[in-house]
Design a protein around this ligand. Sequence first.
Ligand SMILES: Cc1cc2nc3c(=O)[nH]c(=O)nc-3n(C[C@H](O)[C@H](O)[C@H](O)COP(=O)(O)OP(=O)(O)OC[C@H]3O[C@@H](n4cnc5c(N)ncnc54)[C@H](O)[C@@H]3O)c2cc1C
Length: 347
Amino acid sequence: MNTYFDSTAPGASHDTDVAIIGAGPCGLFAVFECGMLKMRCHVIDVLDGAGGQCVALYPEKPIYDIPAWPEISANDLIAKLGEQAAPFAPTYHFGQSVIQVMDGEGGGFILTTSAGTTITARAIIVAGGVGAFGPNRPPLDGLKAYEGKSVFYMVTRREDFSGKRVVIAGGGDSAVDWALSLASLAEKIYVVHRRDKFRAAPENVERMKQLAQTGNVEMVIPYQLAALEGTDGVLSGVVVSSLKGDKRRLDADRLLPFFGLATQLGPIADWGLEIDTGRITVRPDNMGSNRPGIFAIGDIAHYPGKLKLILTGFAEAAAAAHAAFEHVHPGEALHFEYSTTKGVPGT
Ligand SMILES: Cc1cc2nc3c(=O)[nH]c(=O)nc-3n(C[C@H](O)[C@H](O)[C@H](O)COP(=O)(O)OP(=O)(O)OC[C@H]3O[C@@H](n4cnc5c(N)ncnc54)[C@H](O)[C@@H]3O)c2cc1C
């Protein structure tokens, strides 16, 4: 799926019309919208690839509320957005966060990344989602050695769990959904949770409990993770401990801890933007922030009545691109045209 998302070598200096911070679905669609207005884009993301929450948190889950796609997996949606943006030849900078935004010449900006890349841009669209994010890690000795080998914070390919003994820890939707999804593939699923109540869709919790009576799912409640056993990152067992301190060892090849996301707005909070409950306050008509030339779209944008949905972010991308045009090309008239009239490069 990454054919459209080649990352540029870090550390160089670049010049562009619009710098887009965040390569989630909304940032990617902003590339298309800016491209249609003949604005070149550079896209920066702290993650190692495109997709934001879609790829990092639920790549294989079907999404049902993307217009004209009755069902599309999060991975496929991102691949399609990459394909749609490709004719405009965006430059991607992955694995680096934008740490500084300084005023440049003529109302433009100079962005600096954690990898030492500098980008001079005439406008900025912040599509930073929930900010830089990562999984909440369980406090287990030696955890790092197992990460990426036996311990995963998301499921990128279900098949990797085929025939495995899997410990799923947590009590939210991810834990329950993946217990249900992997039960048909895995040899055994242990669901470790510290109490009997789950914060997940009740019908799914019910299905999981039924599987626990008839299938290969075992509920390990009330327990929490206590230790990992194995060598060289290859897991052989997970030790769990009850609240009273009783220990139990589960034979396991994989551990999926689903303890939610640690999110932080990070450096975005220091750029002089008006922030309301961790999001950037924008005008809903043009997605403009309090800093002229800086726009925000998607989950990170806040205005009254905001709906945190991908489709909302798509419309915001169009509004922001049109507003950014005025900043990139001051005094130049923008003639509104449909895509059917304009076409895209290469068609
Ligand atoms: C389990 C789950 C299921 C969901 N299901 C649906 C659904 O069915 N329908 C729907 O519409 N929505 C759904 N959502 C919500 C949807 O995923 C979000 O609304 C969407 O991802 C927001 O897109 P975005 O582009 O604004 O931000 P994100 O997808 O969060 O992407 C933002 C990107 O910005 C990057 N970033 C942040 N700060 C910086 C920085 N300083 N420098 C560089 N990069 C930075 C982050 O690394 C991230 O990759 C779901 C969410 C979850 C968690």
